[in-house]
Design a protein around this ligand. Structure first.
Ligand code: HH2
Length: 277
């Protein structure tokens, strides 16, 4: 069991929880453009929480392979009003950003978790997490970043390399005063389909590091490749199967677009594992 200490509450993870995705971007690969309007994005986040998301993850910059970086001012303009709207409803909000400035302003406006797809490599990001005592998600992504990361998808043993990266970043985080860390193997970030499958299959090796483990498979390209579902919105069944496999190997947090379906699947998964009707 893990407890995440947040400013307003304690998030207890004794059973797996769901993080719902709100992308306030014009170009996210699966829901780009859907929630550009602030009111729409807030309503969507509230709906995801009502469906059972324990955390709502707000992002203003797409990190899909090949995505073009967004200026900081634009990222802030997208996410801050949405965070304010969700925090006003007492929801637990995480900020999905690679930029320490965005993270800090988001925390000031009530976000309570930093979701950093660049893996806390940036000293300034670690300083923000430490100063606010905020839990931070360390996501594995090759150093090259979204623009070219798929050109760097080469590993001798992807799981061993991700575990090495996590160990290094855990040390660096601890030395910087970041006490609450969540680990995420970064499915799709500079990885081929084979790498993604291996990371799910051997997720227990990351769980063994002793921190809460998050996984983000939702609607990603490798699911399309395996299931034949070409469109991201048609990848729900494949996403559910991938996430259930991750849960079987000990995942604690699943980051998804389709919260309702995952909350129901989780209930079923728990009923089977708890041996009760
Ligand atoms: N994946 C994406 C973005 N943020 N954060 C974590 N912790 N883990 C992930 O796997 C992860 C993430 C990419 O997916 P999405 O937000 O749906 O798309 P986009 O980056 O195009 O907005």
């Amino acid at each position: 069991m893990f407890k995440l200490q947040l400013p307003a509450t304690t998030l207890t993870i004794d059973n797996p929880i769901v993080m719902g995705i709100v992308n306030v971007t014009p170009d996210s690969f699966s829901d780009g453009g859907q929630f550009r309007d602030v009111a729409q994005a807030i309503d969507h986040g509230i709906e995801l929480a009502a469906q059972g998301a324990a955390i709502v993850d707000v992002g203003g910059e797409s990190t899909r392979p090949g995505a073009v970086p967004v200026p900081i001012e634009e990222e802030l303009r997208r996410v801050i009003p949405v965070i304010e709207g969700l925090v006003a409803q007492h929801l637990v909000v995480s900020i999905d950003t690679r930029h320490s400035v965005v993270a800090e302003i988001a925390l000031k406006h009530g976000a309570s978790i930093i979701n950093d797809v660049s893996g806390l490599r940036d000293r300034a990001m670690r300083a923000v997490a430490a100063r606010y005592s905020a839990p931070a998600v360390i996501v594995h992504m090759p150093q090259s970043g979204p623009a070219t990361m798929q050109n760097h998808a080469r590993y001798d043993d992807v799981v061993a390399e991700v575990v090495q990266f996590m160990k290094r970043q855990l040390t660096v985080a601890r030395e910087s005063g970041v006490e609450q860390v969540i680990l995420d193997p970064g499915i799709g970030f500079g990885k081929t389909t084979t790498h993604n499958l291996e990371l799910i299959r051997r997720l227990d090796e990351i769980v063994a590091l002793g921190h809460p483990v998050m996984i983000g498979t939702s609607r990603k390209r490798f699911i399309g490749e395996i299931t034949g579902a070409a469109q991201p919105y048609s990848r729900l069944s494949g996403t559910l199967a991938a996430n259930l496999a991750a849960l079987d190997r000990g995942a604690h947090i699943i980051r998804v677009h389709d919260v309702n379906e995952h909350v129901r699947a989780l209930r079923m998964w728990r009923a089977v594992n708890d041996r009760r009707p």
